[in-house]
Design a protein around this ligand. Structure first.
Ligand SMILES: Nc1nc2c(ncn2[C@@H]2O[C@H](COP(=O)(O)OP(=O)(O)OP(=O)(O)O)[C@@H](O)[C@H]2O)c(=O)[nH]1
Ligand SMILES: [Mg+2]
Length: 383
């Protein structure tokens, strides 16, 4: 399907940037990418062309520094204007994805008004791609506990331990509540689960954004033709629409890939690249493995797959590796993991691909992490 991506605030802009960078030349799936931030310096660090970078709100660098009320007011004032500033000549998309980091003020403040304005204008689903803040950003005990993240280093003073975004949980929960009923779906990426012990968000963010972009591409680019290769079972925009729904479902993405032998390159001449021999058993085993890990491995938001209301499976890779029976089997695996909930599946041939991959969408999930953030938001701030 063809996707328009809008990034808002620091995280949103960097994630939009990463999705743009992950778009393979031979199967484009992005109609347009525009980034919006109050923070001019952050905007300038993206590699999105200047014509697609929009600074708004108070002039200068630094953003709104977590003041969500200010962000919400600014969002309401600016949403229509921001939409006007997109490229008018861009082709029409099948869906819009608004990327945002929950926990701050610019992205979290603007996203509700921006999504509402888009829903009024466009006839296509408008979903949000949202990061959830990590505990160490707002909880000093998480940042300094001996067991793990951000243990106090020598020479580090108490002041260094002040969480960088003390309002992150409260802001994230407030924005999620506002998006409920407005966004078609809310795809979550939980920073807490993706940051390594001791790592700061600044250290981890590029890796996290690449991981997220890979998953977005696996799922949303599935239906796009790649060098003339046609899928056996095409996943089109209406399939994705059916799975993510239009009721602000919480969505999580799974993914796994396995490098495979693609012939040709081993001999450097490409002589065998069009028809390498692939053992059926090898292809079946590769697909079974990536599907299992795509469902049971690390999700963008941890949850029990059984809680999902709907699911989608995309199996991709070099066409000779896409064994039809194994893909059908993968769909059944997803169906049983979801306890019989509605599942769609398809394949994404990638003639130039060097791996077999599975992209998984679980929609309408329940997650303990969201409950934990709500509880953290209700705790009174530390004195
Ligand atoms: N995965 C990921 N998360 C990020 C990134 N940058 C920030 N975050 C998360 O997003 C939250 C909000 O941060 P920003 O996006 O920088 O905030 P903002 O929207 O610019 O808002 P203000 O700076 O307060 O005006 C943070 O609390 C982090 O949890 C990023 O590049 N990747
Ligand atoms: Mg910012």
């Amino acid at each position: 399907m063809q996707l328009e991506v809008l990034g808002v605030g620091g995280a949103g802009c960097r994630i939009a940037d990463a999705i743009r960078a992950a778009e393979p030349a031979e199967h484009s799936f992005l109609t347009d990418v525009t980034v919006f931030d109050t923070d001019e310096a952050a905007l300038n660090r993206t590699v999105v062309p200047e014509s697609h970078c929009v600074q708004y709100g108070p002039a200068g660098d630094g953003g709104l520094e977590g003041d969500l009320e200010r962000g919400l007011t600014l969002g309401q004032e600016s949403a229509d204007d921001l939409l006007e500033r997109r490229d008018r000549d861009a082709p029409t998309a099948d869906a819009v994805l608004v990327a945002v980091g929950l926990g701050g003020a610019t992205g979290g403040g603007t996203a509700p008004a921006l999504v509402a304005a888009l829903q009024q204008r466009a006839d296509v689903p408008v979903s949000v791609l949202a990061t959830l803040p990590a505990d160490r950003e707002f909880d000093a005990t998480a940042a300094t506990s001996g067991s793990g993240p951000g243990r106090r280093k020598r020479n580090q003073t108490a002041a260094d331990e002040t969480p960088p975004r003390p309002n992150a949980a409260t802001n994230a929960v407030a924005t999620l509540e506002r998006l409920d009923g407005i966004a078609s779906a809310i795809i979550c990426f939980d920073n807490e689960a993706w940051l390594r012990p001791g790592e700061t968000l600044a250290d981890a963010r590029d890796r996290c954004n690449r991981e997220l972009a890979t998953r977005v591409e696996a799922v949303f680019a599935a239906g796009e033709r790649s060098d003339g290769a046609v899928a056996q079972t095409v996943i089109d925009a209406s399939d994705v629409r059916r799975i993510v729904g239009d009721q602000s479902a919480i969505v999580t993405l799974g993914y796994d890939e396995q490098a495979v032998e693609t012939g040709g390159s081993r001999f450097g001449l490409g002589l065998f690249s069009s028809s390498p021999d692939v053992e059926t058993s090898e292809a079946v085993s590769a697909i079974e493995t990536v599907v299992r890990k795509g469902i049971r491995g690390k999700l963008t938001l941890e949850c029990d797959p059984e809680t999902a209301a709907r699911g989608l499976l995309v199996v991709g890779g070099p066409p000779v590796w896409l064994n039809r029976q194994a893909i059908a089997g993968g769909r059944q695996t997803l169906e049983s993991a979801l306890d019989g909930a509605g599942v769609l599946g398809g394949d994404a041939p990638r003639p130039d691909g060097e791996s077999v991959f599975a992209g998984v969408v679980l929609a309408g999930v329940e997650s303990d992490r969201l409950a934990a953030l709500r509880a953290a938001a209700e705790r009174p701030p530390e004195p």
